[in-house]
Design a protein around this ligand. Structure first.
Ligand code: 8X3
Length: 249
């Protein structure tokens, strides 16, 4: 059956890959992001029914306004993909940038909580729904310079676990996807547009792609109703953890 899938941060990376894979699966999509022009381009590209919502998940009021104004036929969201998130900087914790910290915490933790708070009550009421949070291997253990980013992804893990407990008496499922090295705009954003430095992150190793992660998201969303894919760690083959990466010389 076609589902309504809402994906945050759908204009690039894993979010965009999820949009393409869920569209190919025949689902209807609500795509959210900050870049209206990109959202429109993606809507044109996809062979699916698509509704776009322009807001930053950090803006709780705007997010609430957009969700409550959804037309009737779009209100029954079956799958929430909490994807919007980012890493900024790789400085030691004692030298970190306050603004970067706030952006990561506000987006990766508070933005995810806002979307969960806005959408899960309807799922509980309807007795149907699935929340897929995009966590990270970074939430399993800190790596050098990862400090605050790793902490936000550890929070995503714990918030996924907490939500799973809170909805355990309902048919709602909660999945925490934990990607490792995925080649997207991630490192470019982390290094504030320093593309040369970003490229070094993926040198000597075949990284994952957004599609690799989106495949798992679609699989989890389409598992039989009694199956809850609670957590999946997806690493590149030559990666063993957030800090163990074996590169070809
Ligand atoms: C992205 C994976 O290891 O670069 O969350 O932090 S990592």
């Amino acid at each position: 059956m076609n589902k309504i899938v809402l994906i945050t941060g759908a204009t690039s990376g894993i979010g965009l890959a999820c949009a393409r894979k869920f569209a190919a699966n025949g689902d209807k999509l609500i795509l959210t992001g900050r870049n209206e022009h990109r959202l429109q381009e993606i809507k044109q590209e996809l062979d699916a029914e698509v509704l776009t919502l322009v807001f930053d998940v950090r803006d709780r009021e705007k997010a609430a306004e957009c969700i409550s104004a959804l037309p009737d036929e779009w209100q029954k969201i079956d799958v929430l993909v909490n994807n919007a998130g980012l890493a900024l900087g790789l400085e030691p914790e004692y030298e970190g940038n306050y603004e970067d910290w706030e952006t990561m915490i506000d987006t990766n933790i508070k933005g995810l909580l806002t979307m969960t708070r806005l959408i899960v009550p309807g799922m509980v009421q309807r007795g149907c729904g699935h929340v897929i949070n995009v966590g990270s291997v970074a939430g399993d253990a800190a790596y050098a310079g990862g400090n605050v980013y790793c902490a936000t992804k550890a929070a995503v893990k714990v918030l996924s676990d907490g939500l799973r407990i809170d909805v355990a008496g309902t048919p709602i499922r909660v999945t925490n996807l934990k990607p490792g090295l995925v080649e997207t705009n991630f490192s470019n954003t982390r290094f504030h547009g320093d593309t040369d430095r970003a490229a070094t992150v993926y040198q000597g190793i075949q990284p994952l792609t957004g599609d690799d992660i989106a495949d798992v998201a679609v699989f989890a969303a389409n598992a039989p109703a009694h199956v809850q894919i609670a957590e999946v760690l997806i690493l590149a083959t030559h990666q063993a953890s957030g800090s163990v990466i074996v590169r070809k010389k």
